[in-house]
Design a protein around this ligand. Structure first.
Ligand code: MN
Ligand code: MN
Length: 351
């Protein structure tokens, strides 16, 4: 596929049955209507050709943004902020290397677990079993058997449990508060656009295969809801405040996640990850500075970079991604992401 076709999106409508989306007002729109606002809500943009093109561009921006943040941040994963500053000044180029000795543009588990989960959703659609947790668990197991470049401890434990006894959900555990379920939930958010109940159930289903913890659950659901707002709301003046309201509600329910003032920790503990991601997402006015800010905190830099890149990519769209980063991204990964984005949106818009 040519570069322009990768970015421009499909000229065909993204999905069959896009009218399904017209039936469902996004919750932040629905709320303003039920609150008695005269019916000024715009028609859901995704029912128009322009709306579908915008949706594809911003969904692709989220997915490619995630992969870019992963590929960039992996170089400095597990370094401290001070070590990064001493070595690079400001680290801002995709160069590979790092503790995983990556090729420039190579991605890690953050991106490849997303691709595995997205494959499971698309396979489920073909089999008439969309969002079946059994297929998700099988996809994670197949991913693991394919010798991924890395895998978090909690993810590995959950996948082993599935392989040993077939369980598709672990019991609640204090040890499951890592960011592994949060980092891979984008395909579920894309496939459930316009269907908040499905976002909720399918996000928890995929999460609990490896992570069963209230803070992991809360972060995964809130960030998923933020994605739905960023992708579904074409008016930037409405999207960002709606996102902020979701983040503030998360913090109100779970005060340790407070990210203002930013505590400065960027570990794989989901609280630290959420703080780093939300701080840099809301503090920046463009994709590049959001991602650069997050990865220069070091520690779990590939995952914070991936999540900030995902949110900022959803906000600004694929067209706004820095070319020098996009061109460095592993070409096969970029192709898989582009194909999968179209498939997941078609699943979301299917009747
Ligand atoms: Mn990783
Ligand atoms: Mn990581």
């Amino acid at each position: 596929m040519s570069e322009s076709s990768l970015i421009a999106g499909p000229t065909e409508p993204v999905g069959r049955g896009s009218m399904a989306l017209a039936m469902t007002l996004p919750p932040w729109r629905a709320a303003s209507r039920s609150a008695g606002a005269s019916s000024t809500a715009a028609p859901v943009a995704s029912t128009t050709t322009m709306g579908r093109a915008r949706l594809f561009d911003h969904a692709l921006g989220a997915y490619l943004g995630l992969a870019i943040g992963d590929a960039l941040g992996a170089t400095v994963e597990f370094m401290t902020k001070r070590e990064i500053a001493q070595r690079y000044g400001v680290f801002r180029d995709i160069t590979g290397g790092g503790w995983l000795k990556l090729k420039p543009g190579q991605v890690t588990d953050d991106t490849t677990m997303c691709l595995a989960l997205g494959d499971a959703l698309l396979q489920g659609q073909r089999l008439g079993r969309p969002f079946d947790p059994q297929l998700m668990a099988e996809a994670f197991a197949a991913w693991w058997k394919g010798r991924p470049v890395d895998c978090g401890n909690t993810c590995r434990r959950g996948i082993m449990r599935f392989l040993n006894d077939g369980s598709i959900a672990g019991p609640p555990s204090d040890g499951d508060g890592g960011n592994g379920a949060l980092m891979r939930n984008l395909p579920v958010a894309l496939a459930s656009i316009g269907r908040p109940d499905l976002l909720h159930s399918a996000s928890l289903a995929q999460a609990h295969i490896t992570h069963h913890h209230p803070l992991s659950d809360a972060a995964t659901l809130s960030v998923g809801a933020m994605l739905h707002v960023l992708l579904g709301e074409p008016e930037p003046a409405l999207a960002l405040p709606a996102c902020r309201a979701i983040a503030d509600a998360l913090v109100a329910r779970h005060p340790p996640m407070r990210f203002v003032p930013y505590p400065g920790r960027a570990s794989a503990y989901v609280v630290d990850t959420v703080q780093t991601v939300l701080h840099h997402f809301f503090a920046a006015n463009d994709f590049e500075s959001a991602v650069v800010g997050a990865v220069n905190q070091g520690d779990d830099a590939d995952t914070t970079g991936a999540l900030v890149g995902m949110l900022a990519g959803a906000r600004f769209g694929a067209q706004a991604l820095p070319r020098r980063w996009l061109n460095k991204l592993d070409h096969q990964t970029r192709l898989l992401i582009t194909e999968q984005t179209a498939g997941l949106l078609a699943l979301a818009l299917a009747p």
